[in-house]
Design a protein around this ligand. Sequence first.
Ligand SMILES: Cc1cc2nc3c(=O)[nH]c(=O)nc-3n(C[C@H](O)[C@H](O)[C@H](O)COP(=O)(O)O)c2cc1C
Length: 175
Amino acid sequence: MEFFDVMRARFSVRSYQNKPVDDDALRAILEAVNGAPSAFNAQAYEVVVVRDLAQKEQLAKACFNQTFAAQAPLMLVFFANPDRNREKIGETGAAVYSHEDATIACDYAHLAAAALGLGSCWIAAYGQKAVSELLGAPPSWCPVALLSIGHPAEAAKPRERRPLTDLVHDEQVRK
Ligand SMILES: Cc1cc2nc3c(=O)[nH]c(=O)nc-3n(C[C@H](O)[C@H](O)[C@H](O)COP(=O)(O)O)c2cc1C
């Protein structure tokens, strides 16, 4: 799919067919993630691939019972890992940039899924401790986003957006 078509096709999919995401598609998504920009190219994030139903159900629970997430055949969990860039940029920078790196990585996965005709949903309402404990993450890692991925079982919904005239400020912030 052409890039701008992908961006237009993407929407948050919260209902999935009972059909697995094949390994080639997962690989393509992870390759896309690995191509994402990151501060100092430190790639200060980690991705956990979750397919196990019991594990997905626990994760959905940790996302304040967003049960649709467990119905997706695949979940990716993105962690910020400041251990990877702390030496280069210090404690504060590492915390900020590792979050940004992980966020961009998740967005690449979200768009790559759309390009493959898959549906996904970004989930960022969760208990941090619960997600980290479930997946055995070290204390320095921080979960930034979960992405449920599957074959969509719902049609695209028109989404309202702010008009550009409101969103964009020309040269200076409007008073
Ligand atoms: C940082 C962030 C957090 C989000 N958290 C959730 C979430 O916890 N649960 C959910 O169903 N959708 C979540 N979403 C998806 C948004 O609700 C969705 O992107 C927004 O409503 C716009 O709709 P669209 O993605 O279909 O364009 C999140 C999106 C972002 C970027």
